[in-house]
Design a protein. Structure first.
Length: 148
């Protein structure tokens, strides 16, 4: 499920020793909806000219955070649909709401586990790429570095 960073450029996904606590916090706080974005923005502003590796981890965490927010939006829309269906059949609406709540809580728990796992790997100095997102961010970052 996880793509190895060694397949690409390992040097970009490994942080220096003094940056590792920041990398851990960037990944781990990505689970917290608004505060995660604020913290990531502050870290990006501080490291944007100092460390391309740290900027890569912030970009990865921001895109993963957006990836988490999309199912939450779908859950809100399903709640609106369930309230409309409730007028027709309360039993079906209740079933739909219960199923949607179970799915969103399971998804959020899985995403939180992936983010904390990424934070731990980053803190240990090992390369980490998010599933589905990491390779894409890495390819874009490497393409931008080749242009410079």
């Amino acid at each position: 499920m996880f793509i190895s960073a060694r397949k690409y450029d390992q040097s970009l996904s490994v942080l220096r020793y003094e940056e590792r606590p920041w990398g851990f916090l960037v990944h781990a706080l990505g689970v917290v909806p608004i505060w995660g974005f604020i913290f990531m923005a502050c870290v990006w502003l501080y490291f944007r000219h100092r460390s391309r590796e740290m900027v890569f981890h912030v970009q990865q965490a921001v895109q993963f955070h957006i990836f988490i927010l999309l199912p939450v939006l779908a859950w809100i829309i399903s709640g609106i649909i369930a309230s409309i269906i409730y007028q027709l059949s309360p039993m079906i609406a209740g079933l739909l709401e219960t199923t949607a709540l179970f799915l969103i809580l399971t998804f959020l728990a899985l995403m939180a586990a992936i983010a904390v796992f990424g934070g731990i790997l980053t803190y240990m100095g090992k390369p980490f790429l998010y599933p589905l997102i990491g390779a894409r961010v890495l390819a874009g970052t490497l393409a931008k570095l080749k242009e410079e």
